[in-house]
Design a protein around this ligand. Structure first.
Ligand code: IPD
Ligand code: CA
Length: 274
C-alpha cells in the first residue's frame, strides 16, 4: 500500500484527486452548516472520551453517495461504518470528520479526509479544513498542494530545534503509555503540538508548519490522505521498523530528521505502548 509505487495512469490519478477534493470541500460545507446543532449527549464510540456526532454520520453518507454517483463500481471504507465492496480496483478511504472532539468544542482544527486507493496503493488524497478554507491535495508522483500551491516539508536535520506534532488514543492504557513516551521526547526537542486531527497533522508536516508528526494507533481513515500529501511534499512517512505506516505506528518528517527521531522513539518503545 505504499504511495511510492509507480506505474498508474496519471490521468486516472488526476481524476481521482479532483473528485476527492471536490467532495471533501462540499462535505466540509455540510459539516460547517451542521456545527451549531451539535448535541453531545450520549454520543460516544470506542470509549467515553471518543465522541461522534450526527454530522460525522451525515458527512459520511454524503461522501459515499457522491462518490458512488460518479463511480458506482468503486469500494469504500468509512470511519462510521459505511463500507462498500467494489469491483473496479479503486477503494475510497473516508474520514468524514477527523478531529471530532475539536468540532464539538468549536476548535478550528478539524477536517474531512478522503483518499483513493488503486489496487491497494494510495494514489490520490484530499484533506479539507473547512474553518480556514484550507484545501490540501495530492496525487501519486504528482506532488502535494495547499489551495493549489505546491507544498514541501522542512529540511530540518536536528532534534533540538524540531517542532513535533503527535496525538493520543482513546483508551486510558494507551494514553498512559503515550504520556511516558513524551517524558523521553519532550526534553530533547523544541516543543510538542497536539492539534487533534491526524489528517491535519500530516498536512502540517507537508507544508512545513511542524517538522514531524508521530502517533501510535491510528486507523487507516485518519492516515490515508495525509500520508500521501506528506509523502508527495517530500516527507518520509513510515513506521519505526522501515515498513509502511499503519495503525500500529506512523512517523512523518523530512528525510534528514527521520532517522534521528525514529531512533529516539524506538528507544522510548513508542510503537510498543498498548
Ligand atoms: C482522531 C484524531 C486525533 C488522533 C486520534 C484519532 P477522530 O480521529 O485524528 O488527532 O490523535 O488518534 O482517532 O476520532 O477525531 O476522527
Ligand atoms: Ca479520524
Amino acid at each position: 500500500m505504499t504511495p511510492s509505487s509507480a506505474g498508474t495512469s496519471p490521468s486516472l490519478i488526476n481524476d481521482l484527486r479532483v473528485l476527492a477534493t471536490r467532495i471533501a470541500v462540499d462535505a466540509g460545507e455540510l459539516i460547517e452548516a451542521m456545527r451549531d446543532e451539535v448535541d453531545l449527549s450520549g454520543m460516544t464510540k470506542s470509549s467515553s472520551v471518543d465522541v461522534v456526532t450526527a454530522a460525522d454520520k451525515a458527512s459520511e453518507v454524503f461522501i459515499i453517495e457522491h462518490i458512488l454517483a460518479e463511480r458506482p463500481d468503486d469500494g469504500i471504507l468509512g470511519e462510521e461504518g459505511g463500507d462498500v465492496i467494489g469491483t473496479s480496483g479503486v477503494r475510497w478511504i473516508v474520514d468524514p470528520i477527523d478531529g471530532t472532539t475539536n468540532y464539538v468544542y468549536d476548535i478550528p482544527a478539524y477536517s474531512v479526509s478522503i483518499a483513493a486507493e488503486l489496487d491497494g496503493v494510495i494514489v490520490a488524497g484530499a484533506v479539507v479544513e473547512p474553518k480556514s478554507n484550507s484545501v490540501y491535495d495530492a496525487g501519486l508522483n504528482a506532488g502535494a498542494r495547499k489551495n493549489g500551491e505546491p507544498l514541501s516539508c522542512t529540511p530540518k536535520a536536528e532534534l533540538e530545534t524540531a517542532l513535533i506534532a503527535t496525538g493520543f488514543g482513546y483508551t486510558a492504557d494507551r494514553r498512559a503509555g503515550q504520556a511516558a513516551v513524551l517524558t523521553t521526547l519532550l526534553p530533547q526537542v523544541r516543543d510538542i503540538r497536539r492539534f487533534g486531527s491526524a489528517a491535519l497533522d500530516l498536512c502540517a508536516v507537508a507544508d512545513g508548519r511542524v517538522d514531524a508528526y508521530y502517533e501510535k494507533g491510528l486507523n487507516l481513515w485518519d492516515l490515508a490522505a495525509g500520508w500521501l500529501i506528506a509523502a508527495e511534499a517530500g516527507a518520509t512517512v513510515a513506521d519505526l521498523r522501515g515498513g509502511d505506516p499503519s495503525p500500529e505506528f506512523v512517523l512523518a518528517s523530512g528525510p534528514d530528521l527521520f532517522g534521528l527521531l525514529r531512533d529516539l522513539l524506538d528507544g522510548a518503545k513508542a510503537d510498543q505502548v498498548p
